[in-house]
Design a binder for this molecule. Sequence first.
Ligand code: NAD
Ligand code: ZN
Length: 244
Amino acid sequence: MEEEYIKAAKAIKQADYLVAFTGAGISAECGIPTFRGKDGLWTKFKPEEIATYQAFIRNPEFVWQWYIMRMEKLKDTKPSEAHKILAEWEKKGILKTVITQNVDELHQKAGSKNVIELHGNIWRIKCIYCDNKKRLKKLPKSMPRCDKCGNIMRPDVVWFGEALDPLILQLAFDEGLKSDVMIVIGTSGVVYPAGHIPVRAKTMGAFIIEINPEESAITPVADVYLAEKASVAMKKLKNLLSSL
Ligand code: NAD
Ligand code: ZN
């Protein structure tokens, strides 16, 4: 195992274009449940009852209550050590970009600037009718209404069955293809098209480092697989880097 860490640290040290690709697992240590895995959100709720456009239209108040509950929790949540190390690496010029599937904004809270949010952001809302977009200044108490047309506002996140913003997706693929080393943290890798990004990077010659306590759909393409929690593995890599 130690050897694998050294291999990963050396790859990071020598990287010309290091990119991080993150999923819900990097926020798990902050107390934000993942979707899959043993304490995952979907063990408590069915996805089709909450995270689809159809479910929202059927019962927007219910879906909003669920989102408000998540926002309440998130507002006081602090980024993990793993988020912080990624931000530190960006500042030092070691890391170029974070591509995330998370909607929680914890990368930015940790100080990361160059973040591509593939699945939106829970703190943004948009009108289902006129596409009016807003950033929430404070937590809504109930379902917000559009100040332009009066229609229902929804969270500006990508739900199941919805397409990703093509420009953001293109940007993420471009960054992925530019990377010669990609560090993949806390994702099951089964949500597409996001999950294709590390696989595509690998086919273009990138060295893939994966951090996840459980094997994922990315593990078969990983050059180094670190079976550890995000913060534990990142702290180890950070220490190793400073000794290389
Ligand atoms: P996922 O729930 O499918 O997978 C989470 C992965 O994280 C699992 O493979 C699990 O083994 C791993 N994991 C759990 N604890 C970990 C830890 N401490 N360190 C490292 N890895 C750990 O999540 P996903 O792959 O991101 O995809 C699902 C979708 O979930 C995404 O579209 C995302 O938008 C959404 N989501 C986001 C959040 C968030 O913003 N925090 C939370 C839940 C789900
Ligand atoms: Zn509107």
